[in-house]
Design a protein around this ligand. Structure first.
Ligand code: UDP
Length: 374
């Protein structure tokens, strides 16, 4: 006999957990949430290792949002370390602020040149303005073109070649637009109103979201293994949409990462939580995890981040590859999805969108509002 499930959610990341919580608490309906992995949290999973450092198993995650609704929602489950993220890039032998800003300009150029560039940038664009590198390269001015070419070469080109196996202009402009040149003295990576790291890590946040008597969590459970033996009234699928349809229109491309975790027998390894290496080595960046929660330990844990192609069955999906032809293929899958009754796709993999954590939560909250009356 088939097991009958009211709400089946595939995937225990932020998207799935948000929906599970809303359905259980507001609709008072039972939810079964499954994940193929042996832990909850999806790629936001973290844990405190034997050295006492809270490590993000799938790379550094920093929560940031301008969406008060999302901040209020997630703040029900955690207190915060009010951490403001800063990244530096190792460029021409120095660690300079990324996004590249006025401080970066003064660090890498002699004063006379830096002053001139600063003045030109401000009179052209204004102060406290963000300009994507691909836009800055289009400006006709000789000095600003010199600057744009420098930043393109030293910050974006080689990092992007490593990260995506493509040049910046081959990707959707929104990808490099995530890290625009910033005409400002603000060294932070994000300017969002709300930023921080959950005080006990991300995993306990998801744990709390799922700790409801109407929510059943099943780990080590692949949807494909159980789909013949269960039936459900509603299905929320946060896994890859192409996998759901057995790749019948072809595979949606993804980029993957490999993390080389190393513990050093000293209190600190580098000057901050994330240092980018656009032009050296084959890794893109080094993350040092103790900075996020200010863990005071004798040792330190870092990860060297190596981008690689996603290969089915060999590694994990991390990033959808945002470019037009992939969006076209996704749209064809979406058309099929829209024909299925009571079946909804969401999350980075379900929507094939480069969501940050807050946007994944916002999407799940919006989807809940859409379905709650049905
Ligand atoms: N990027 C770059 N150099 C940098 C930082 C970012 O070229 O030092 C580009 C690169 O293409 C990257 C994109 O900007 O994939 C977005 O960067 P972000 O830090 O937002 O990526 P994520 O943290 O999501 O991997």
């Amino acid at each position: 006999m088939q097991e009958k499930i009211k709400n089946l959610i595939v995937g225990c990341g932020f998207s799935g957990a948000t929906l599970a919580y809303k359905i259980a608490t507001e609709l008072n309906e039972p939810v079964t949430i499954i994940d193929a992995k042996n832990h909850i949290g999806g790629n936001c999973y973290d844990y405190t290792d034997e050295t006492g450092v809270c490590v993000h198993q799938y790379g550094t995650h920093i929560f940031h949002t301008n969406l008060k609704e999302v901040w209020d929602f997630i703040s029900q489950f955690t207190k915060w370390n009010p951490y403001m993220h800063e990244v530096r890039g190792y460029i021409d032998g120095q660690e300079v602020p990324i996004p590249f800003n006025l401080n970066s300009i003064h660090q890498v150029f002699p004063k006379s040149i830096a002053d001139k560039l600063e003045e030109k940038l401000i009179s052209r664009f204004g102060f406290n303005v963000k300009v994507p590198i691909l836009e800055l390269r289009k400006v006709g001015d000789e000095d600003l073109t010199f600057l744009a070419d420098y930043i393109y070469e030293k910050v974006f080109l080689h990092y992007t070649l490593k990260q995506w196996g493509m040049k910046p202009e081959e990707l959707d402009p929104a990808v490099t637009g995530r890290v625009p040149v910033y005409i400002s003295r603000d060294n932070r990576y994000f300017q969002d109103t709300y930023q921080g790291i959950p005080l006990n890590g991300y995993t306990p946040v998801i744990e709390k979201m799922l700790a409801h008597p109407l929510i059943t969590v099943q780990l080590n459970t692949n949807f494909n293994q159980i789909k013949e033996t269960v039936s459900y009234e509603r299905l929320f699928y946060t896994g890859p949409i192409d996998e759901f349809f057995n790749y019948e229109l072809g595979e949606l491309p993804y980029r993957s990462l490999k993390f080389d975790f190393v513990t050093f027998d000293k209190p600190y390894f580098q000057s901050g939580s994330v240092i980018n290496y656009p032009n050296n080595y084959t890794f893109t960046r080094i993350g040092e995890y103790k900075y996020f929660l200010d863990n005071r330990t004798d040792k330190t844990v870092v990860s060297f981040e190596y981008p690689q192609a996603f290969e089915l069955g060999k590694n994990e999906r991390y990033y959808p590859i945002v470019k037009e032809e992939n969006q076209t293929l996704y749209n064809r899958y979406l058309e099929k999805a829209n024909n299925l009754p009571n079946t909804y796709f969401l999350g980075r993999l379900g929507d094939y969108k480069y969501y940050d954590m807050d946007k994944a939560i916002a999407r799940a909250l919006a989807l809940f509002e859409e379905i709650k009356g049905r």
